[in-house]
Design a protein around this ligand. Sequence first.
Ligand code: BGC
Ligand code: BGC
Length: 617
Amino acid sequence: MKKIMIILVLFLFLIGCEQINPNPEPTDPCIINPDDETCDQLPYDEDIDQQIQEFLFEMSLEEKVGQMVQAERSSVTPTDVSTYYIGSILSGGGSHPTAFNDSADVWYQMVYDYQYAAMNSGANIPLIYGTDAVHGHNNLYGATIFPHNIGLGAANDPELVYEISKATAKEMLTTGITWNFAPALSIVQNIGWGRSYEGYSENPEIFESLTQSAIKGYEENGVSATAKHYLADGATTNGIDQGDVNLSEQTLRDIYLLPYIEAIEAGVDTVMISYSSINGVKMHEQAYWIQDVLKDELGFEGFVVSDWNAIQQLSGSYQEQVAKSINAGVDMLMEPYTWRDAIEAIKTNVEANIISMDRINDAVSRIIRVKLESGLFDNPYAREDTAVLYSDEHQALAREAVRRGLVLLKNDNQSLPLEKNESIYLTGTASDHVGYMSGGWTTYWQGNTSADIGVGTSIKNAITNVLNENSGQIVNNINDAQTVVVVLSELPYSEGVGDNQILTLTGGNADPNNLNALNIAQQAHQNGKNVVGILISGRPLLLGDYLQYFDSFVAAWLPGSEGGLGIADVIFGDYDFTGKLSYTWPKSIAYVGYNSNREDYDENLVQFPYGYGLTYA
Ligand code: BGC
Ligand code: BGC
């Protein structure tokens, strides 16, 4: 017995001492023998696999591990980039180089300085800079702010979505940023979720229509896209942000996996893992869904990135959290402030054989593949001319997107369209507020609460322009008005800050001033005025008894900088409504979560069903 123990201990000791060789034996004959004449016939950069092998062969463990971390700009310097061979940097929501109104030049200089450090680090692998440009390049002051995805889902036009991704890519490139953490492929089941507006719809069919366009619009125009958040981020119980999904594998595959299949088919470069869990197990440690399904079964060849600090929600020590996520198939760790610890932890895990060298090589290959295929190596300092920023063309596109996404929910007595020579009384905070129209992820993570965000036209200004040109007017005394336009809204929010299960026009994240505006609507209705309601919100809100005071009611979602102009185009009748609800509009709180994915979906139980939307015609 003692002998066996000694042999066992000796054996374990020997395994532990096994020299770690970060470099796999190359199989490519041209790497083994570069002088081989036949190799000259193959242009070096035409064979990406060969190039990747060559990198893996030459890189040190430090260089490899550096590729696998992503740091936040505020916690990393260019010197760090070259010292630690950092593979990626991000700007989190509202993380500007120096100030919220930094110009594209200031942004570009920052990205350039990091890139220069990477290109001169010895590893000479360009870094990939990422940001959330989820409705235009929204962290950049002066960029065009497009409608949030919920409005694009209502428009449901693949070409429109492609053009918006393309425009966003161009505006991103003015700052030298080539990686977008978008599109969110969240199929949202409960509008209590604060991220509802980031999803196109509650129903997978709209993702089958839009996903590929969204991704190609970025990737065919120089920006890597991210399919996020894998898997089923929009299906958490009660719509709790980062919560738990309690569904069968069959349902997960039948509904929530579909957009990822589309994304892979479109060639998406990266996938971001969801903070949420499935049946109690955090996605960031789900080897089955990441390694087995996404990579092995579906053949995803890009790289997988973790979400912001998300690995720290796994159980165990930091070293264990790092090991669990990387061994589950995560290739790059978004560890904004703890990237140094992440580097140490990966190395320690490799030295202890907890993370295999094969896994490291696979992760690094994937990251380098994306960098090679996206053209970063060819042109690490790529930049677009700043003339594209908020260009006439992009404004027109955003304005069109607004028009197309508006949904007309009610229109009695031909309340709409309005006459251009009318006298109109306008009320509601959001009637003169581009910040509210833009919602979360605008200038700052939680959105911009200023009425003037540097771009855009408010509803008030847009309506005033139309009236002024046609001898109509905005009146200050409601008694002088034929029509009263009441603009209701939610306050800007993002992620869990927007979670609520109140969802009324006056509770939850709603603008507190809505109550006053609703009282005005009620009075105006009683005095026989034509009352038009416009709702600026990241989701349907329960209308309750208030709907009766409105002759017409429009869901405008979060239309962005061109919201005012796009709304004016349609309410004055220059264009008809085309938007259809991509989310069920519930009648009461009891029916929040009851939607078109259910087999027993009964349109009579809801306020307005999925697919609903009136037109003038
Ligand atoms: C969000 C992601 C986002 C990341 C970086 C996270 O909190 O969940 O959607 O891409 O932050 O800003
Ligand atoms: C960052 C966001 C990030 C969030 C996560 C914020 O401070 O700016 O990018 O998504 O934290 O909690």
